[in-house]
Design a protein around this ligand. Structure first.
Ligand SMILES: [Zn+2]
Ligand SMILES: [Zn+2]
Length: 499
């Protein structure tokens, strides 16, 4: 592959161990690849262990250059375009026959929306039947600067026969809402033209800004209460004492409190101290107030300065919207040559704050166990008492294909020490002579060897390793027994294993 990747985006979740990604290269082509991780059946004469393999494969490639004629870099109207974030996948619309999404891509003063669909089932180890349309569903010419990007709302809204997905384009100075029918038919391709012909070279005067948006989060919508436009919060690059636009949101103050990080940045960027103190570097990062007292006692009025300004480099939210985080650098205004420190600052939902009655906050869709755990501990929402170990939860009542597969094997198990019968409960298996073993939370089998299991970090239960399960399956069920470790998650709570 003789190409350079300039932009990259993961498609939203598809199936365990299977995903799609898109990248753009330096010749303005957009490439869609599939990526899989699965266990290949061993060769008959080979080792008994299955081999886990990663497989990546190019599925489609299309021109992402947009309709505008290339302008020479010497031309006064030349504007650089694109960034590492100029591709973004919409959420999937899933129907029984296929799943469909739209890939938004940014070209020179142009945003294209290309429909991508997967037809039929995607079996492990096979390539999916992918269809990428020849032309865009919708395309918009608009003035875009370098580092323009797109963010999608995580929802599909039925609208007549259509399935609308919405989002925000950051130009990057102005947030512009858009909506696209993810299942809409492709439209005729836009003829090649110069950006002057569609007036997308220069932004309107009222959109002139010099503080680009560096991060947007589109909040999870209330599915029963569609807002007129996607609700978002954004940060801009520069935060000083003289500008206020570095944090903006279109959510009503009722529903979203000022995040703690915004409070921190506001306090530190608007703080005034005597110039001398700032010059001497006495003004440290601490919030010490004694400095001010010390110097205000002075008879001579001294000029005052704001010792700090900030730069925002990114904004993100947790899966359930309960927590936000920003990456910032804090700069010293009096000693600009000093290297700024990078920090990640967090904000979390205030549990005591009342929201607009009837308005649902957070996400409607099911989060992963880790996502729920994060929200419970750091986002102040929901609880995970059913997931974390309570001592009373009986994981044996859960039905799963894996548990059904090993149902008969469990009864045949004997104690490794004394060969006696085992009585198996949800967390522990005991033999008649008092030997005890942990019980695998995924299958209900007793774990009778060291190193054969993994400990779940969420609920504290043990699960047998996949390789161990196939050995047991071959021994008790038959050589052709297939252990489908879909997702390979903890049987107790659904948590994932890292290794
Ligand atoms: Zn145009
Ligand atoms: Zn678990």
């Amino acid at each position: 592959m003789d190409e350079r990747i300039v932009s990259f985006s993961w498609a939203r979740e598809i199936l365990p161990g299977r995903g799609l990604l898109a990248y753009a290269n330096d010749s303005r082509e957009i490439v869609i690849m599939s990526l899989q991780f699965y266990s290949r059946e061993p060769e008959p004469e080979g080792s008994t262990r299955e081999r886990s393999v990663w497989e990546i494969c190019e599925l489609a490639r299309f021109d992402g250059g947009g309709p505008h004629k290339v302008v020479d870099t010497e031309d006064p109207d030349f504007v650089p375009d694109g960034s590492g974030f100029s591709l973004k996948w919409s959420p999937w619309h899933v129907s029984p026959e296929c799943r469909t999404a739209t890939l938004a891509y940014i070209a020179n003063n142009h945003v294209g929306f290309r429909r991508v669909s997967i037809h039929g089932k995607w079996d492990k180890g096979q390539d999916p039947t992918l269809r990428v349309e020849q032309t865009d569903t919708t395309a918009i010419c608009m003035p875009l600067g370098a580092d323009a990007f797109v963010e999608w709302e995580d929802a599909i809204w039925p609208d007549g026969d259509g399935h609308m997905a919405r989002g925000i384009i950051a130009t990057p100075f102005v947030p512009k809402p858009f909506q696209v029918d993810v299942c809409g038919a492709p439209s005729r391709p836009m003829a090649s033209h110069s950006a002057g012909q569609c007036s997308s070279v220069y932004a309107r005067d009222d959109e002139a800004s010099t503080n680009p948006i560096t991060g947007i989060i589109v909040h999870h919508p209330d599915p029963n209460n569609k807002s007129p436009a996607p609700e978002y919060s954004l940060v801009r690059l520069s935060a000083t004492a003289t500008n206020q636009d570095w944090y903006q949101t279109n959510v009503s103050e009722h529903d979203v409190a000022l995040p703690q990080w915004a409070e921190y940045v506001r306090r530190h960027s608007t703080r005034l101290v005597p110039r001398l103190a700032a010059m001497e570097g006495l003004e440290s990062d601490s919030d010490s107030e004694d400095l001010d007292d010390e110097f205000t006692e002075d008879e001579v009025p001294m000029s005052q300065v704001h010792p700090h300004r900030f730069r925002f480099w990114g904004l993100a939210s947790s899966p359930g919207d309960g927590c936000t985080a920003v990456l910032v650098t804090q700069h010293n205004t009096q000693h600009p040559h000093r290297r700024p420190r990078s920090k990640i600052l967090f904000g979390r939902r205030d549990p005591t704050k009342e929201t607009t009655p009837g308005k649902q906050t957070g996400v409607a869709k099911k989060l992963t166990t880790e996502g729920r755990l994060w929200e419970a501990y750091y986002g102040n929402q929901w609880d995970v008492s059913d997931a974390v170990l309570t001592g009373t939860a009986d994981s044996l009542v859960h039905q799963s294909p894996l548990r059904d597969l090993f149902k008969d094997v469990t009864a045949q198990q004997r104690c490794v020490y004394c060969e006696s019968r085992l009585s198996i409960s949800s967390q522990e298996s005991n033999c008649e002579n008092g030997h005890s073993f942990a019980t695998c939370a995924a299958t209900g089998l007793p774990i009778m060897a060291p190193g054969a299991s993994r400990l779940c970090a969420v609920c504290g239960l043990r699960c047998l390793k996949g390789s161990e399960l196939s050995t047991i399956a071959k021994k008790y069920i038959g050589l052709d027994a297939v252990v489908d470790l879909a997702g390979d998650v903890c049987g107790g709570c659904g948590g994932k294993f890292v290794s």
